[in-house]
Design a protein around this ligand. Structure first.
Ligand code: GLN
Length: 394
């Protein structure tokens, strides 16, 4: 949805820009990154660090991300932190961009990177006011327009209202790999995992590889036969953009995996797909969870974790009872302490679990890294682990 007309090597900061929300609220600022116009769903992230990981997370496809942290770009851009090959956000909204980035790993400025990748942004916006507006009214469509001659207000608003909504959007196939590839185990190989790529972040296979897992990353269109062709010890379903209500194909593949009782782990979109595979519904949150400081309780152990989130939808499952599903008993394993949103599911009669947040945590706290160890334990325990998890419950 981005059309970029021009950018300059020394940035585009003097050029006027305007942000128009679908309810008509408008913010004026200056061009940041590429000059042009772009549309998407306006969402806010409370991450204080990790803007490179945010920008390159494929789950942000078709979203215009507003950063609540006021200074963005301070550490420039490096070649190590991206979560994928490109920036996926549809647009970027910041208060105060760094004029002089400084970091030993930095190879260029964020402004230049946004220009190089054709990402239209806006700076000088009162991002606190914008975030409060989104929190009160909910995530909604938005357009950013920049250039010396901007369209009139009515034309801009009409264009924003023509942009597609996030509800009902089926986006995984647009961001996922087209070809299968293998991420080798680091050190001794202990397990093989088939990972369905619905928009996978690079850090996820890495976290598995460092635990001795050889990860076969498969396209979103992979079938149950493709999954079992790699003879997996476990199957993983990744994060990804769009509305989980549209993800019928991954849901049917996951049901095939559950029928075979193969150890299964899902993250974010993968959690929503497990919810659907078990027969629960999903729904759109008013404004979602995005940031790296969200409190989640692991109800199995009672521990509270500080966690990284990026989700606009959630699973509708009962918090206070064990549910009977076609694949045995299931329960909500994790819950967000801010709003009681379901943050994890686990099956009690077979080795399958998932979380709505990001244990790979890039950028973010590492409190939830134990979940990768839980997946390894499921594969190593010859499918007995779900029983022992149940025994541990506080
Ligand atoms: N990071 C993700 O996997 C996001 C899942 C889904 N697209 C949502 O917004 O809730």
């Amino acid at each position: 949805m981005t059309t970029s007309t021009r950018g300059t090597a020394h940035g585009t900061r003097g050029i006027p820009a305007v942000l128009v929300l679908e309810d008509g609220r408008t913010f004026h600022g200056r061009a940041y990154g590429a000059v042009g116009e772009t549309f998407g769903e306006a969402v806010f992230s409370t991450g204080m660090t990790g803007y490179q990981e945010t920008l390159t997370d494929p789950s942000y496809h078709r979203q215009v991300v507003v950063m609540t942290a006021p200074h963005i770009g301070n550490t420039g851009v490096n070649d190590e932190d991206p979560e994928s090959q490109r920036i996926w956000v549809a647009g970027y909204v910041v208060r105060d961009p760094a004029r002089i980035p400084s970091n030993w790993r930095s190879v260029r400025s964020l402004d230049d990177e946004l220009v190089a990748q054709g990402i239209v942004g806006i700076s000088g916006v009162d991002t606190r006011a914008l975030t409060r507006h989104l929190r009160e009214r909910g995530a909604m469509r938005v357009g950013i327009f920049s250039g010396d001659a901007l369209p009139d207000a009515g034309t801009m608003l009409a264009k924003v209202r023509q942009a597609p909504e996030m509800k009902g959007a089926d986006l995984s196939a647009q961001v996922a790999t087209k070809e299968a590839y293998v991420v080798p185990a680091i050190g001794e190989k202990k397990f093989t995992v088939a990972a369905i790529d619905l928009g996978i972040k690079g850090m996820t296979p890495h976290r598995m590889a460092e635990r001795g897992i050889e990860v076969h990353v498969l396209p979103a269109t992979a079938t149950v036969e493709d999954v079992y062709a790699v003879e997996p010890d476990g199957v993983f379903f990744s994060n990804g953009p769009g509305d989980p209500a549209t993800a019928d194909h991954p849901v049917s593949v996951m049901r095939g995996v559950l029928e075979r009782r193969t150890p299964l782990f899902g993250i974010c979109f993968g959690n929503q797909i497990l919810g659907r595979a078990l027969g629960f519904g999903t729904y759109k949150l008013k404004y979602g969870h995005r940031g790296i400081n969200q409190p989640v309780q692991d109800r199995t152990t009672g521990k509270v974790e500080v966690t990284a989130h990026n989700h606009g939808f959630a699973v509708d499952a009962p918090l206070d009872k064990v549910s009977d599903t076609p694949f045995g008993r299931a329960e909500v394993s994790h819950v967000c302490l801010n709003d009681n949103v379901v943050e994890g599911l686990q099956l009690l009669d077979q080795p399958a679990f998932s979380v709505q947040y990001h244990p790979e945590a890039a950028a973010g706290p590492h409190d939830a890294a134990y979940l990768f160890d839980r997946f390894v334990a499921l594969m190593g325990d010859d499918n007995q682990h779900s029983v022992s998890l149940e025994g541990q419950r506080a």
